[in-house]
Design a protein around this ligand. Structure first.
Ligand code: NAD
Length: 470
């Protein structure tokens, strides 16, 4: 540890390191008590402050704050409380005949001292979500929330200080330099949620200490709509999934690939649902959020300007008001393949529409890009749906809906390759923060002892025969 002594956070890390075995040995009831305290804090004590902080940081409407931040955290805690007993049980497995006299099982033991780095788009949900898994699995944790949502980060620091001692759970606020310094320490696990670019930085820092990682990343999540789809229903669910939180969602539909025969009907339905949800002027709607920062607003504006330069068709939207961090819900079609909006993850309220003639062409387009976090299919044709799923790879998929797979605690959540490594939520989150320890208990003399040296011709024959019993 001497090599880390000059690290700004060494003292905090060392205190958690000393405490990790005590927390790791904590009983089911002790862990439940911590989850109960967190639940009470989120659902009762700080509920209004959470909404206020989200409004200040993201202009998030109160209903969205409840739906996308408070509910998922409470849901995660309740799910963990229901199943923790089962998850903590030792898992018996079979033992091969050649190991006669032994029994085998594995246990989920805590990894130890964990680092949780979280993003700004759902600051509470994406910080407390992994923390719930870390606590359930018996870990200590240092949390680095995003600097982009300062009100949310300050409130989380207040909540954590009120509930935990620093040698168990601590929050360190700050910018990239803070992350960089923390990432030098030999954590036992790092749970990172953020962009693929920073995910690579985290993974290479973790490699120096052979720290295991869960990387919850992002990317371009496509929607495929075939000619059999219920167009009105598809438009309603896509407009909801795309413009919720102003498109700043890791699993937000990034772009649409639609059969060319139904494009116009789909765009008409999208316009109808946009007006239904946000009325004629979304800038005055209490249901529509804002862009988190000027930097992100400028990034999104550059996509809009680029599409205008390329003479794409703005079916709706395109307006930007930097003073209000407002970008109108925007749908663009007739895009040139060089459009920047088709190259990077959009992470904002811009929906490009591309058309295809044959499903194979559409699958090839998706497969030519990085593997997405989510891939959505709108179709009534089972054969088409199966063809799309079996010929592509994605972290998760909804058929005839968007986003909602995120909310099912019984499903693993996460990406694949560029969109993420490892899974979270429910049992999968508990597993990510646990070491599966294999244990063989030798009760009587073991059969293999007959094959210990010195080796004879007889033992040679026995060794050849033993293979049968494995
Ligand atoms: P980001 O990668 O810029 O930042 C995430 C965190 O990393 C922040 O706490 C930030 O301070 C820290 N960070 C930034 N640069 C760093 C560096 N060079 N070294 C070390 N740490 C650094 O991501 P963001 O802008 O906060 O969030 C948007 C991205 O996150 C999108 O790509 C989105 O798809 C993804 N995301 C993924 C999920 C998921 O569950 N898979 C959820 C939300 C967001």
């Amino acid at each position: 540890m001497a090599e880390f002594k000059n690290n700004t956070f060494f003292n905090l890390f060392s205190r958690q390191l000393k405490n990790q075995c005590t927390i790791g040995k904590s009983s089911y009831s002790q862990r439940i008590a911590k989850l109960d305290a967190l639940q009470h804090a989120i659902a009762m004590t700080y509920r209004d402050e959470i909404s206020e902080a989200l409004y200040k940081d993201l202009g998030k409407p109160k209903v969205e704050a409840e739906l996308t931040e408070v509910f998922p955290i409470i849901g995660d805690i309740k799910h963990a409380k229901t199943y923790l007993h089962k998850w903590m049980r030792k898992q018996k497995v079979k033992t091969p005949l050649a190991m006669l006299g032994a029994s085998s099982y594995y246990t989920y033991e805590s990894k130890g001292v964990c680092l949780i780095i979280s993003p700004w788009n759902f600051p509470f949900n994406l910080t407390f979500g992994p923390l719930i898994s870390a606590i359930a699995a018996g870990n200590t944790a240092i949390i680095k929330p995003s600097e982009m949502t300062p009100h949310a980060s300050a409130l989380m620091a207040k909540i954590i200080k009120a509930l935990f001692k620093e040698d168990e759970v601590a929050i360190v606020e700050g910018e990239v330099e803070v992350s960089t310094e923390l990432l030098k320490l030999p954590f036992h696990h790092i749970f990172f949620t953020g962009s693929p670019t920073v995910g690579k930085i985290v993974m290479s820092a973790a490699a120096k200490n052979l720290t295991s990682v869960t990387l919850e990343l992002g990317g371009k999540s496509p929607i495929i709509i075939d000619e059999t789809a219920n167009i009105d229903m598809a438009a309603k669910k896509i407009i909801w999934g795309k413009f919720l939180n102003c498109g700043q969602i890791c699993v937000a539909p990034d772009y649409v690939l639609i059969h060319q025969s139904i494009k116009n009907e789909f765009i008409t339905a999208c316009k109808k649902w946009l007006t239904n949800f946000y009325r004629a002027h979304p800038n005055t709607s209490k249901s529509y959020g804002r862009i988190v920062s000027n930097k992100h607003l400028e990034r999104l504006k550059a996509h809009i300007d680029n599409a205008k330069d390329l003479k794409a068709t703005f079916e709706v939207g395109g307006e930007v008001n930097a003073d209000d961090k407002y970008i109108a819900p925007t749908i663009i079609s007739d895009l040139n393949e060089n459009a920047t909006v088709l190259k990077e993850e959009i992470f904002g309220p811009i929906l490009p529409i591309l058309t295809y003639d044959a499903l194979d062409e559409c699958i090839a387009y998706v497969n030519a890009k990085e593997r997405p976090l989510a891939l959505y299919v709108f179709s009534k044709h089972k054969g088409n749906t199966k063809k799309i799923i079996t010929n592509t790879r994605a972290g998760g998929t909804c058929i005839n809906n968007t986003i909602i797979h995120y909310a099912n605690h019984y499903l693993p959540f996460g990406g694949v390759n560029n969109s993420g490594i490892g899974k979270s939520h429910g049992f999968f989150g508990f597993e990510a923060f646990s070491n599966k320890r294999a244990i063989v208990n030798q009760h009587t003399i073991g059969a293999t002892e007959f094959l210990f040296p010195p080796y004879s011709k007889f033992k040679e024959k026995m060794a050849r025969l033993t293979i049968k019993w494995f």
